[in-house]
Structures are given as C-alpha cells and as structure tokens.
Ligand binder design. Sequence first.
Ligand SMILES: [Zn+2]
Ligand SMILES: [Zn+2]
Length: 236
Amino acid sequence: MPINVNNTTFASILDLLSPHSCRGCGRIGDALCDHCKKYILDHHQNLCPICKNTNASGTCPHCNKVKSHDPLPPTFILGERSDLLAALIHDYKYKSVRPLAHHLADMIDQILPPFTGPTFIVPLPTIHRHVRERGFDHTLLIARHLARKRPNFSVQKALIRTDSKVQVGSNMRDRKAQANSAYEINHKAKLDPLANYILLDDVWTTGASLKAATKKLRSCGVSKTTLSILALSRLD
Ligand SMILES: [Zn+2]
Ligand SMILES: [Zn+2]
C-alpha cells in the first residue's frame, strides 16, 4: 500500500520515529536550530502591515494619523512570509511538524513587549475542517506554548468560528464581508474588560480576519488588544 504522506496521523508517527532536521540548515536534532532561530530574530524588524514601514512600537505613526473608529491595535509580526519563515509556517501547518509550535511561540514571545496584569492569548479560531484534516489546531497549539512563556499569560478561546468556509474572496471587500460573519464571541469564555488580549494568527493577508476579531472583542468592552502574527504575506 502506498504511503499517504498527507495523512497527518501517519506523518506525526514518522516525526516521532525519525530525527528532526532544521528547516533552515538541515542540521539533525531539532526542527529549528538555535543558529537559524537567532538568524530570524536578528533580522527581525517590526513592520506595519498596512504601509509596510518599520515601526518598533507596534503602533504605526503614519497609519494612526488617520482618524478611525477602529484603529489597528499595536501589531507585532515576526517577518515577511518568505524564505525560512515561509518554510517554517508551511511545514508546521501542512506537514504537521508540531515541534515547530514551541519555536514559533518562542520567537513571538521575544518580539512582544512586556504586558502588565492578566494577559489572554486568543488564537484566531481555525475552520473545523482544517483542524480535522491536519489533526491539530495550529494556532491554538502555538497559543498554548506562548502562554507558558510568561507568568501572566494564559490562553482564552474567546472567539468561535461560525462559518465553515475558507476566505476565498479575491478582494478586500469580499474578505471583509466574510470575516465579519466568520467569528462570534464564545459565551463560555469569561471576558475581562480590564485584561490585555493578544490576538494570535499565522498570516496577515488583508487583515480582514484580525480586524473583524478585534471588533468582536471591543464590542464586549475589551480595550487593551494587541495583534501578534507570524508573518506578513509576501510584499510584492
Ligand atoms: Zn539551522
Ligand atoms: Zn503604517
């Protein structure tokens, strides 16, 4: 019988049996070696996802000049979705290389500012079908690792997915309309309006999902939101 490498269960068994190799340099031992992780962090520059300018504070002075009822929360992005970071995200999501979750969480932790008081990591919920196909919820797993990094961090599944479709709209307006109806507040979660909320997602494409999710949290009185994203869709 041919091996179905897309079968996530089988892939994870293979991962257990065979040694990992670094996705950056091929060194045997771990899915990401210290050297390659340091390379990503050394080259990290926080980019505004809207104007693509560098802004270390997470709040872009250019884009925040425009008065808006829905200003973008402080946003921290590991990098552009290219080269090694693109490979890490791909292998993590589509090849189920789960040990990458703790490396990705580690790097996110290193680019996030300090937070005072209770801080909830809210993973952007993944479509149920994708969780089933991959055998795990990739954003939730990173959130769990990230929550272990600081004593005031914990995971809160504050949002639930109410649709079952991938956002396929080719333009901003389509994606925005889909995203606005894609998330609802999880009423089993006890939201704390005074706490910090870090919304976690893998890739910023148009930002429609993160903006819609931010709006939902704000509608429940949450005011201290931060966005944390692995990668910005390639800047072409
Ligand atoms: Zn390496
Ligand atoms: Zn900007």
